[in-house]
Design a protein around this ligand. Structure first.
Ligand SMILES: C[S@@+](CC[C@H](N)C(=O)[O-])C[C@H]1O[C@@H](n2cnc3c(N)ncnc32)[C@H](O)[C@@H]1O
Length: 452
């Protein structure tokens, strides 16, 4: 029997991909767990990360290429073999792995992970994949497709996601916008106001970002930074920081602030630091017990300061935001960062574009409406509500906000551009819409509303 030399990075990527497909695991979470368990770091960890993330993102297009190369539908192959082939295809068509190395390493992976009997098939299919470049495959497979379907194939997005983007962006911007979802985002950190300064992160080697005064980009492991270890900074997309900052910049009375859907707690951590200097104090509410614990953990830096200085400690409760455990009108500022499809964070959630279905977007609509109505009921007269999604999809953004505005006489829109004037090109009517290709952030949406 021949000796197998399966390298640990490819094996980790394969086991993570199997968990994504067989157990509905989140690629990022399962990968982080496997890297730790198997003690992979440095170049091996970087290769496994790129291999897994790239394979997950491009899956729909790779499956079309593999179907053509195999001459049969993929459901006639063992699922584990299909995953081996997807990983091999990414190495051949997107990474700079020489053809012979990509094929040999993938055939060895097939032998060790599935069995010697599938090596001939794996080898034959991969050799056919390797015969063309990615662009040549796409050109061949695009024959007869309409321009939108060809764009979906080229940028590896489901047709319905392309349609949702096309609904919001000018045609000439569409391809750039979709392509931006295929770039690996760098890690962005946010300081906890009052506990750390961006200058501390910059002195440690991070880079300031364009818009958020709380942000810095970091290319290493966040846990290497003392500020992160001590709960004085955390990982948070710049878009999430900006929509939160917008809420704190509107005029509003002093009083308690509410984060209605707080878990895992990134925005709460920013709000908690900004509240005291604006006459506020934060209550973070979250439905899931596990996620409420994450919110509490994210606020641990403030808890330490509060113990020693008597500073107003943020509070965390586990509660259903649609059945308020507080009196109406109790809050001066309310953040409703509602559960959504996450279509604006496709860069960070490599598998999600193929897992999500249009029905998922529809299914969330009633909860989003209910949470926005609770948020408005919870705000005091003169108070401000931010309705936020990490999705630009019309159904979970303006289709939630506009009908509620039409129904309620006690709400007015605050122009988002006035709250965040440093952001060019982010107005969506009176609302805010960020985009990866325009702002380098997730595609966050925010509507700022005044309770009359
Ligand atoms: C988009 S996430 C919030 C992200 C969070 N604001 C952050 O920045 O870390 C939505 C959260 O709403 C929670 N959620 C879902 N239904 C809820 C409800 N009825 N009441 C309160 N929270 C809810 C989910 O568990 C999830 O943690």
């Amino acid at each position: 029997m021949r000796r197998l030399t399966v390298d640990p990075a490819r094996r980790v990527a394969f086991d993570a991909l199997r968990a994504v497909h067989a157990d509905d695991a989140y690629a990022n979470l399962v990968l982080a767990k496997l890297l730790t368990e198997r003690h992979l770091s440095g170049r091996d960890a970087a290769f496994a990360t790129e291999l897994l993330a790239g394979t997950c993102r491009m899956q729909g297009t790779y499956d079309r290429i593999l179907t053509a190369a195999a001459g049969r539908t993929l459901n006639t192959l063992q699922p584990a073999v299909v995953d081996v082939l997807r990983l091999g295809t990414h190495q051949l068509l997107a990474l700079r792995v020489p053809t012979h190395a990509a094929v040999a390493a993938t055939v060895d992976l097939a032998a060790s992970a599935v069995g010697e009997r599938v090596t001939g098939l794996t080898n034959a299919i991969l050799r056919r994949v390797a015969a063309r470049s990615f662009d040549d495959w796409v050109e061949e497979l695009s024959t007869g497709l309409d321009p939108r379907a060809a764009l979906a194939l080229r940028t590896a997005h489901p047709d319905w996601v392309v349609a949702a983007y096309a609904d919001l962006l000018p045609e000439e911007e569409l391809e750039t916008a979709l392509a931006a979802n295929n770039a690996s985002p760098t890690t962005t950190l946010a300081v906890r106001p009052g506990l750390a300064e961006v200058a501390e992160l910059v002195a440690a080697g991070a880079d300031p970002t364009t818009y958020s005064p709380f942000a810095a980009r970091w290319s290493g492991n966040p846990a290497d930074l003392a500020a992160v270890r001590e709960g004085r900074a955390g990982v948070q997309d710049e878009g999430s920081q900006l929509v939160t900052w917008g809420l704190t910049r509107a005029a509003a009375p002093d009083g308690w602030w509410l984060d209605l859907c707080a878990g895992p707690g990134g925005k709460s951590a920013l709000l908690a630091g900004l509240a005291p200097e604006r006459g506020g104090r934060l209550l973070a509410a979250e439905l899931s017990v596990h996620r409420s614990l994450l919110v509490r953990a994210g606020l641990r830096g403030y808890a330490r300061v509060a113990r020693t200085t008597g500073w107003a400690d943020p509070a965390v409760i586990t509660a259903d935001g649609t059945r308020p455990a507080w009196h109406p009108g109790a809050f001066s500022r309310v953040l409703a960062d509602v559960p959504c499809s996450g279509l604006g964070a496709l860069r960070r959630r490599p598998e999600s574009r193929w897992r999500r279905q249009p029905e998922d977007v529809e299914a969330m609509h009633p909860l989003q409406r209910a949470l926005l109505n609770t948020a408005l009921d919870s705000a005091a007269s003169g108070g401000v509500v931010a309705y936020v999604t990490c999705s630009p999809h019309r159904q979970e953004t303006t289709d939630v906000v506009d009908p509620i505005l039409a129904q309620r006489a006690d709400v007015a829109v605050i122009d988002a551009a006035g709250l965040l004037p440093e952001l060019g090109d982010a107005a969506r009517g009176p609302y805010l819409q960020l985009w990866p290709h325009r702002h380098g952030t997730d595609a966050m949406f925010a509507a700022y509303l005044r309770k009359l």
